[in-house]
Design a protein around this ligand. Structure first.
Ligand SMILES: [Fe+2]
Ligand SMILES: [Fe+2]
Length: 282
C-alpha cells in the first residue's frame, strides 16, 4: 500500500459551517480509501489567524479521521507572508504558536513507496521569521537524506502561476525572491514534483522538468483566472512507481460552492464577516 489521500482547503469553522457537509463526505471517503495517510494541504480554517476556537475546531475535525493525518498550514491558518491577501492577517509568532498548540508541527517528512514526501509551511517563505531559516535548514537536510528516492514537495501555495520568473509579488503563489531560491534548491536535489493547494483549482503540468500538481478544494470553487480548472473534489495518489498516479478520491459529488454567491456578491468582504451559521456537528 503506497497510497495517500490529499485534501486541501477545508475552510472549517465552528461559527460558519458552509463547507462542513463537504468535509464529512470527504472524511468518509478518505477513511474508506485504504490509504496510508491523509495529507491536508492547508487552509483548514476560515479565520484561523485570529481565532483559537477555529483552530481547535479544525484540529478536532482532523483527529476524527480513521487514517493518520499530516496537516500543513495555509494563509487562513497562520496568516500570509507579506504582502499577503489581507494586511491584517500576516504570519507572526503568536499565529504560529496557535497552530503549534493545535497540530504540534507545521512540516513533515514521510517515505512512501518509491518516494520521499516533504511537507513544508508555505507561509514562511519570505516571512523573515526565524522559523523560515530553521525550515530552510530542515528542508535542505531532508532533501540531502532522500538517497535514491524520488522527491515530492508538498505545500499550501503553488511556486508560481504560469512562469518561474513572473512578478510582482502577490498572494496567489510564493513571492519572487524566495521562489527563486527554493526552485534552485529543488533543482539541485532533482525534486520531481510539487503538490499545492490554495487556488481551489486543478492543474497538472510539467515545467522545466518539474511536475506541478494543483489540488482541488473541499470548500469552494476557485477563480478561473489562474490557468487551472476550478474544482471542489479530492484525490488519492499512488507513490509505488517512479511516476505518481493521481486519481479522483471515490466519493459522492461535493457541493460546488461559489464563493461570490456565498458572500452575496460583494455584501460581505470575508466569510468571517458573515452572520453565524454553525455546522451541525453530532
Ligand atoms: Fe483556500
Ligand atoms: Fe490559501
Amino acid at each position: 500500500m503506497s497510497k495517500i489521500v490529499f485534501l486541501s482547503d477545508l475552510h472549517l469553522s465552528p461559527t460558519h459551517g458552509f463547507f462542513w457537509p463537504n468535509f464529512l463526505t470527504a472524511r468518509a471517503a478518505a477513511d474508506a480509501a485504504g490509504a496510508e495517510a491523509v495529507v491536508v494541504c492547508g487552509d483548514l480554517c476560515i479565520n484561523g489567524p485570529d481565532s483559537d476556537d477555529e483552530m481547535t475546531f479544525a484540529a478536532r475535525a482532523l483527529a476524527s479521521f480513521a487514517t493518520p493525518v499530516l496537516a500543513l498550514p495555509g494563509n487562513h491558518d497562520v496568516g500570509d507572508e507579506p504582502p499577503g491577501q489581507d494586511p491584517e492577517q500576516i504570519i507572526d509568532g503568536p499565529r504560529l504558536a496557535r497552530w503549534d498548540a493545535a497540530f504540534g508541527a507545521d512540516r513533515f517528512v514521510r517515505d512512501i513507496g518509491a518516494w520521499r514526501l516533504i511537507g513544508v509551511n508555505a507561509q514562511l517563505f519570505g516571512s523573515g521569521l526565524v522559523r523560515e531559516w530553521e525550515q530552510d535548514d530542515w528542508l535542505a537536510s531532508c532533501l540531502a537524506g532522500a538517497a535514491d528516492r524520488r522527491i515530492a514537495l508538498v505545500l499550501h501555495k503553488p511556486l508560481f502561476i504560469e512562469t518561474a520568473d513572473e512578478g510582482p509579488a502577490n498572494a496567489s503563489s510564493l513571492t519572487p525572491a524566495p521562489r527563486a531560491k527554493l526552485l534552485a534548491l529543488l533543482q539541485a536535489h532533482g525534486v520531481a514534483m510539487v503538490i499545492s493547494g490554495h487556488l481551489h483549482a486543478r492543474r497538472d503540468r510539467v515545467v522545466a522538468g518539474l511536475r506541478h500538481l494543483w489540488l482541488p478544494a473541499i470548500a469552494f470553487l476557485g477563480s478561473a483566472s489562474h490557468g487551472g480548472v476550478p474544482g471542489v473534489d479530492a484525490v488519492v495518489m499512488d507513490f509505488s512507481g517512479s511516476e505518481v498516479v493521481v486519481e479522483p478520491l471515490p466519493m459522492p459529488r461535493l457541493e460546488q460552492h461559489d464563493l461570490a454567491a456565498l458572500k452575496q456578491h460583494g455584501r460581505y468582504k470575508f466569510l468571517r464577516d458573515m452572520p453565524p451559521c454553525p455546522p451541525e456537528v453530532t
